[in-house]
Ligand binder design. Sequence first.
Ligand code: RNT
Ligand code: ZN
Length: 417
Amino acid sequence: MSQIETNYVVAQDIFAAKGIDSEQAMATLRQTPISVHCWQIDDLTGFESFDSVLTGGIQATGNAPGKPRSIEEYIEHLREAFSYIPGALKLALHSVYPVTTNKVERNAIAPEDFKFWVDFAKEQKIGLDFNPTYFSHPMAASGLTLTSPEQNIRNYWIEHGIASRRIGEYFGRELGQVCITNHWIGDGSKDYRIDKVGPRKLLIESLDRIFADKIDPRHNLDSVESKLFGIGVESYTPGSHEFYTNYVMSRNNCIICLDTGHYHPTEMVSDKLSSYLAFGSEIMLHVSRGVRWDSDHVLMFDDETRAIMQEIVRANALSRVHIGTDYFDASINRIAATVIGTRNAKKALLYALLQPNKQLRDVEAGGDFTKRLALYEEAKTLPVGLVWDMFCEREGVQGSGWVEALQAKQTAKGSWR
Ligand code: RNT
Ligand code: ZN
């Protein structure tokens, strides 16, 4: 037996003694996809132009070497990242990553512009998600898109939203796995706004037009992502949390997307999930890590990430909550950043699956809150890492040694620091 197997046998017994089935936990982990955002690999530069400038109030800071300089390099880096991530995956694309020979206008993007990605997904045996890109474009120069007072600008972005849903539908049909097409706009106001209702009415109208055509929900589901503020958009965002929650509940034509960086720093997404789940809603998640603000740091195996996974597991909602990542750090190796955050999301899910959830629930129902706290704390040091190592081995992915393997390759290219 290898050391990993020996360790696992011990861990399995420890969990079994608490009524926790580690084999079942690994099986669930294996099947639950994490949707990896494609944009950590290249700071959201995309393929439209290699010197495109990121706008919309978001930013990737840092100048680590090794940023891909061509589509080929981008794909190579993505493949490299995927080779270190165990279990089921989806890839969340943005619309600025078409693989075409000619330039395509955003309001005219079509499924064939993304055929490359369907072939890639089939080869990698993964699913795809999609994101229209309502920023980094001359038509978004004013900072306003779906809420612009100018009809022609709104129309342009509405067409982009519609075209994006068609691509999502194509992904879902081709891959036999639903695509979530996530709509986020950076619209807002730097300073205090007098008319706060007007832009929101325009946003309702724009969204109603984007979602007017019914698409088979087995192929494409749309999500709408709220935000509190962005850089240069500090005072007012029409697409706020309350706005989209009301939109989703009143229209029933899309689902909510909650990004962990998009709330006041003491407000937790983990606390919000059950309120949607109680209504039977589906949820898209952008799991991120804000540091003092919506800074999109690389995801850690931290309290909030674990709390999110615990909420999903305890509510038995793994089929209703679509878990995706969203962060961009250009100060460290970008391939490693993609791997670290995704592995942490998966590890946090494993942690949640290996908690004595039934026992905790029973103790709580019995009213013994002392024991609840004691058990909750004891469970934090159960040997989750030994099960994780076994999971990686079974999935043919390196355990903690992955970082040395990647480091060796990246150092040879001058891309590690
Ligand atoms: C921005 C949102 C949005 C973007 C991506 C690139 O604050 O989180 O999800 O990060 O669309
Ligand atoms: Zn997001």
